[in-house]
Design a protein around this ligand. Structure first.
Ligand SMILES: Nc1nc2c(c(=O)[nH]1)N[C@H]1C(S)=C(S)[C@@H](COP(=O)(O)O)O[C@H]1N2
Ligand SMILES: [Mo]
Length: 198
């Protein structure tokens, strides 16, 4: 069963597949606790903390520039998936509409159900990061974080919150859900930053 869907990376993919990862053609679901189900018209992303407080509804997000990008994703449970295609609002395009306090250096992602994960502002504002609502040509499935999730492909996938509800800007770094439970504060797969002592 596993052998059919998971395979060791070929040598010519060496540069794309981080150490300790296995490739999959499937799209595993990794959720701690129950999956969340809600409709696009219930989507609200709240901006708060060290930023001018504001909210973005589904309609407001769709009115921003939409971008489609293809990249690889890497889960800390050792699977990587190459060439995944996502559409949504680039973080850098959202940032055009935010007013951050100059003291803001980190951001906490918040989700329906209470999941959280932290990023430095530098990792958050990479040009490839998306608030994604579409996977391939289909609306993002609920179990994968639909209607709206963050995708931060250069870090382990736990750093990409599904069912995004809030972005809290902070002066100092603080651990989110998995980071409080022993995972690395940054989570760079190419440096194998899996656990907090890596
Ligand atoms: N809200 C929320 N976001 C989450 C998670 C979660 O449990 N809840 N799991 C994380 C982990 S560990 C991974 S690997 C990816 C999995 O995304 P997928 O289920 O679409 O593969 O979502 C991340 N985002
Ligand atoms: Mo994960």
């Amino acid at each position: 069963m596993l052998g059919k869907f998971f395979k060791k990376p070929a040598d010519d993919m060496g540069g794309r597949v981080p150490p300790g990862q296995t490739l999959t053609t499937r799209f595993p679901v990794l959720t701690y606790g129950p999956s969340q189900h809600y409709a696009p018209d219930e989507v609200v992303v709240r901006i708060y903390g060290l930023a001018e407080e504001k909210t973005f509804t589904w309609a407001e997000l769709l009115a921003l520039p939409q971008t489609t990008l293809t990249y690889d994703i890497h889960c800390v449970t050792h699977w990587s998936k190459l060439d995944t295609t996502w559409t949504g609002v680039r973080v850098v395009d959202l940032m055009e509409h935010l007013r951050l306090d100059p003291a803001a250096r980190y951001v906490m992602q918040h989700s329906v159900g209470g999941y959280t994960t932290n990023l430095s502002l530098e990792d958050f504002t990479r040009p490839e990061n998306l608030l994604a609502h579409t996977f391939g040509h289909e609306p993002l499935a609920p179990e994968h974080g639909g209607p709206l999730r963050l995708v931060v492909p250069h870090l382990y996938f736990w750093k990409s919150a599904k069912w995004l509800t809030g972005l809290e800007f902070m002066a100092a770094d603080a651990p989110g859900f998995w980071e409080r439970n022993g995972y690395h504060m940054r989570g760079d797969p190419f440096r194998e930053q899996r656990y907090d002592d890596d």
